[in-house]
Design a binder for this molecule. Structure first.
Ligand code: CAA
Length: 291
């Protein structure tokens, strides 16, 4: 089946980036959220990010207009029933995702491929709660989606070959590169990245280095574009903690225990850039370390 229309569930950080790249690549995109305000904000952010690409001559002004014309929004989840491919990018909580799939599934065409942008939850378990485990896959984009080259493709135990090759083809059309991962907690990127971020938080917690020295050490010492604490703020400390918990619970190894300082920041509601404060305070002109 040729995939032409794509439904994206969730207009947050990941959902709006996913809608952006599909619209640029020529797919018809229908973006949904439970809040009209979130949809409006996502559309204006996509417009701004497309404008940034026009000003850097990555795309033309007419490409931008065509992409915006291919993008539409709805508050009704059932409207996504007519699309060929659905990508769920809602909150990283299993109960939320399962409730969405339960509401959506009765409206889907039989041939629609259903995917989740989950960064860590079991694809096999999510798939088992739908009517189409063979047409269900993990489709994991990296943030910021318009810039990052990688997409992780994760097959559940029941995913069929036709679904996998259809998504591989879609990744090619987006101009991105796929890496296939088996369905184990946090897949590849987060299995490696999150313990590194968690270790950076332990390094801070134990007083080995300050926020600034830890980030400088990793940026200048290992050529990472962002230091681990800056990157944690960029991803969201709640997401980092949720992924550490999935690793800890799923692999039952104490090496994945979340740092108590990470938990404390999340309890404070200091979730990083999105709340204005995390390991850095973003409320002024330049970010200031909070420890
Ligand atoms: N939309 C479109 N373009 C964007 C963009 C967006 N949202 N954000 C940045 N860009 C573009 C800029 O226009 C710029 O383009 P040019 O190269 O053509 O000039 C380019 O990206 C670089 O941006 P900036 O110059 O503004 O800033 P920078 O050089 O500091 O780079 C960054 C910003 C790309 C985010 C870089 O710091 C980086 O790569 N950081 C690491 C990001 C990372 O590791 N992401 C993965 C997180 S893990 C994940 O996502 C998985 C998970 O499940 C948690």
């Amino acid at each position: 089946m040729a995939i032409q229309s794509v439904g994206v569930i969730g207009a947050g950080q990941m959902g709006n980036g996913i809608a952006h790249v599909f619209a640029v690549a020529g797919f018809d995109v229908l973006l949904t959220d439970i809040s009209q305000d979130a949809l409006d904000k996502a559309v204006s952010l996509i417009d701004r990010n497309l404008e940034r690409q026009v000003s850097r001559e990555k795309i033309s002004a007419s490409d931008k207009k065509a992409a915006m014309d291919r993008l539409s929004t709805t508050l009704k989840l059932s409207d996504l029933g007519r699309t060929d491919l659905v990508i769920e990018a809602a909150t990283e909580r299993e109960t939320v995702k399962q409730a969405i799939f339960e509401d959506l599934v009765p409206h889907l065409k039989p041939e629609t491929i259903l995917t989740s942008n989950t960064s860590s939850i079991s694809i096999t378990r999510l798939a088992s709660r739908t009517d189409r485990p063979e047409k269900f896959m993990g489709f994991h984009f990296m943030n910021p989606v318009p810039v990052m080259q990688l997409v992780e493709l994760i097959r559940g135990i029941a995913t069929d070959e036709a679904t996998y090759s259809a998504l591989l083809d879609v990744v090619g059309k987006l101009g991105k590169t796929a890496a296939s991962a088996e369905d184990f907690p946090a897949f590849i990127v987060n299995r490696i990245l999150m313990p590194m971020i968690n270790e950076a938080v332990y390094t801070l917690y134990e007083g080995v280095g300050s926020v600034q020295s830890i980030d400088s050490a990793m940026k200048l010492g290992t050529n990472h574009p962002m230091g681990p604490l800056e990157l944690a703020d960029f991803i969201g400390l709640d997401t980092c903690l949720a992924i550490m918990n999935v690793l800890h619970d799923g692999l039952a190894d104490t090496k994945y225990r979340p740092c108590p300082l990470l938990t404390k920041y999340v309890e404070a509601g200091w979730l990083g850039r999105k709340t204005g404060r995390g390991f850095y305070d973003y409320r002024g002109e330049t970010p200031v370390p909070t420890r």
